[in-house]
Design a protein around this ligand. Structure first.
Ligand code: FAD
Length: 653
């Protein structure tokens, strides 16, 4: 009905818009190219693509799809369409719009989509008018609070222990709420940490407290910086977290923060990262990644911002113990992390302690246990890191298009992969042991154009992971191939109790160190020899790992049922990616720290530990996240929960 134009207002989201490689404009993720307009016209069944006004469309997601079942590889887009702007078309096209109906799976009417810019201006107006009661578009009260009154009283003192993604985001939220935040980090700031990692990679000097796991930015700093997460991305209704922070010093900012609290998620984190220097395309790219070279300056900006907000940041300071009275945490004992024996400890009082220590802080688990904090063992996964020449992965994934990759400078992204296999009872045919079955094997933390790095935190233990730079230009592609392990596996090796999983990890890290012969040399085996259960006696293919590799019987590293599950799955992966089993593919031992081996139970609402008041376990080490983005999101939520518990705001939301 053309008389009722309002019917056609709002935003419609168009999905699965494929643009062939030769019609893609290159790396400008935001461009609505001619190729994209054609794809839009096709989905909308609009006859003349060039008549569609470009300004009516905004790219919200773009990813490369080269799956074999497609006729040709494509860039696949999700696009938001402003229907009002389409109405600016000549009247003839109105008729077309009147016929526009949502098509399941391709088009969705974003009823509650809100325009980011509009909300910014609402906030701005409220700020100008110094309003502290804010109404929504519909006139309903969104937020009212006595924030200013609260601020006048003593600021709550909060310790955030750990400056990984979860700790940084928790500190950010709490500082914006006006808390007196101290961020305590056992490792060093990125500048010094970079030098320590350099000394490790070049001179084999492992700084126990400043390495690939410990230091500013946490475990994810010298990483591939993949920003993908399984917790789901946003919907159009997610509001900009960063925008809230910009005006957070006013009560009205809470409109942004508190009202959509249940909606804050990975996109909110991503927007914050963009404000700290990440490229905008991470908001759109289907597989966003940063790379170490971008993460380091981003973290510096993050640090500066926290300091401007008054956060006291203590690098090289390790939390050794909690001060507990009447079953409540009253503070922490800290020492200079260079003080290995923890002799000169210092007491620091806090109203709340956010524990964001990651899963390599095994001393913290031990300390918590000594205070009877409940720790629950958790399933995780262990395995080996496989490395192929990147060119091989490019050609497996892209066939002839592989020549377009040009070491990350081309139009086509450096190829990655993700494989998974469930070994079930039937698959178990021919397997030696029933314990092989009912396990998942999967690739994890795949780093295209990256390198294998040492993530040990002790010289007697050896474990690896992968990192890359933003261009992903190295000659190698690496990924962990891991198999799930449970309490039964820990018990089979006589490890019981809450820390059984940690001991299980340690066992294989020590075995790997021994197999490598010490000095951080990594034991390796070609994937073909791993399947044939024989030592790679002839020269092993080159590895990106900088501290040297040594041929070893990796098929003897894990219990036989885990090895068989891996072997069985590698064969399945080769069926999916023919060429995956190759003499050039080298397995590295050992990948153990895929996720936390324990969980520290906490209340779902308050985020407070269920066994110790005033303690807030967050992030990966607490068993509530896995990966950079999910850890950041967890930290962000924890920040809100703690702010609420400590009455940093009293408001109706
Ligand atoms: P962490 O990042 O582990 O941070 C914990 C911090 O607490 C550390 O800085 C540590 O020094 C500090 N700390 C520990 N104990 C104490 C103490 N007693 N006192 C003071 N400070 C303490 N994830 C991805 O999503 N994408 C990737 O590409 C990716 N690549 C990775 C590559 C590598 C090499 C590694 C090691 C990890 C990678 N990860 C990746 C995983 C990701 O880094 C983690 O999931 C994420 O960092 C977890 O965040 P977190 O804040 O929970 O803990």
């Amino acid at each position: 009905d053309l008389k009722d134009k309002n019917k056609f207002e709002g935003t419609w989201r168009l999905y699965k818009l494929g643009v062939p490689v030769d019609k893609d404009p290159g790396k400008d993720f935001l461009e609505v190219s001619d190729g994209l307009l054609e794809a839009i016209a096709k989905v909308l069944e609009f006859p003349v693509a060039s008549l569609l006004p470009r300004e009516a469309f905004t790219v919200v997601r773009k990813s490369f799809d080269a799956r074999k079942k497609l006729k040709e590889p494509k860039f696949v887009h999700t696009v938001d369409m402003d229907v009002k702007k389409l109405l600016s078309l000549e009247p003839r096209t109105w008729d077309f719009i009147s016929r526009l109906e949502p098509k399941v799976g391709l088009v969705e009417h974003m009823d509650d989509a809100r325009d980011f810019g509009d909300l910014m201006s609402i906030i701005h107006d409220c700020k100008e008018n110094n309003q502290d009661v804010v109404t929504g578009d519909d006139g309903n009260r969104i937020f009212s609070g006595d924030l200013y009154q609260t601020r006048a009283t003593r600021k709550p003192k909060i310790a955030v222990v750990g400056s990984g993604p979860s700790g940084l985001f928790a500190a950010l939220v709490l500082a914006e709420f006006g808390a007196d935040v101290t961020l305590i980090e056992r490792g060093q700031a990125v500048e010094k940490r970079g030098r320590d990692i350099g000394a490790l990679v070049v001179r084999r000097i492992l700084e126990i407290e400043s390495n690939f796991c410990f230091g500013e930015g946490g475990a994810g700093t010298w990483s591939d910086g993949k920003l993908v997460t399984r917790i789901g991305r946003n919907s159009g209704s997610v509001l900009g977290y960063w925008c809230a922070l910009k005006v957070m010093k006013t009560a009205v900012a809470f409109v942004y923060i508190l009202r959509p609290m249940h909606e804050l998620n990975s996109l909110s984190v991503m927007r914050t990262l963009v404000q700290f220097g990440a490229p905008k395309n991470i908001l759109i790219d289907g597989k966003p990644h940063l790379g170490t070279d971008r993460l380091v300056p981003l973290l510096r900006n993050f640090r500066r911002h926290l300091q401007e907000l008054g956060v006291s940041i203590k690098f090289g300071t390790r939390v050794d113990d909690l001060i507990i009275e009447d079953e409540r945490v009253l503070g922490v004992m800290v020492s200079d992390s260079a003080d290995r024996l923890r002799v000169n400890t210092q007491k620091m009082d806090f109203d709340a302690v956010i524990l964001a220590v990651g899963h390599s802080a095994r001393d913290i688990y031990q300390m918590l246990l000594s205070h009877n904090v409940v720790l629950v063992p958790k399933d995780f996964a262990v395995g080996l890191r496989i490395e192929h020449p990147q060119e091989l992965i490019n050609s497996i994934q892209y066939s002839e298009l592989a020549s377009e990759v040009h070491k990350g400078r081309g139009r086509v992204p450096v190829a990655d992969y993700k494989v998974a296999n469930y070994v079930d009872e039937q698959d178990g045919h021919g397997l030696s042991d029933s314990r092989v079955a009912n396990r998942s094997c999967y690739s994890f933390c795949m780093c295209p154009g990256g390198q294998v790095v040492l993530t040990s935190t002790s010289p007697s233990e050896l474990c690896v992971n992968g990192m890359s730079f933003s261009r992903r230009a190295s000659r190698w592609a690496n990924a962990a191939l891991v198999v799930t392990v449970t309490g039964k596996d820990f018990e089979a090796l006589n490890y019981y109790g809450p820390l059984a999983g940690v001991e299980f990890q340690r066992e294989f890290e020590r075995r790997a160190a021994m197999m490598g012969g010490g000095n951080f040399t990594v034991p390796v085996q070609t994937v073909t020899d791993f399947l044939d259960k024989k030592l790679s006696v002839t020269s092993v293919p080159p590895s990106s790992y900088r501290l040297g590799v040594k041929a070893a019987n990796l098929h003897q590293l894990f219990p036989v049922h885990l090895t068989e599950a891996l072997q069985h799955s590698v064969v399945a992966f080769d069926r999916e990616l023919p060429g995956f089993i190759s003499k050039e593919a080298l397995l590295h031992g050992v990948e153990t720290r895929t996720s936390s081996p324990i969980q520290i139970p906490r209340s779902a609402d308050t985020y407070e530990s269920t066994s110790l008041k005033g303690l807030y376990p967050v992030g990966e080490g607490a068993g509530y996240a896995g990966g950079i983005i999910s850890a950041a999101v967890d930290g962000m939520y924890a920040g809100f929960a703690v702010a609420k518990n400590l009455s940093l705001f009293h408001g109706d939301i």
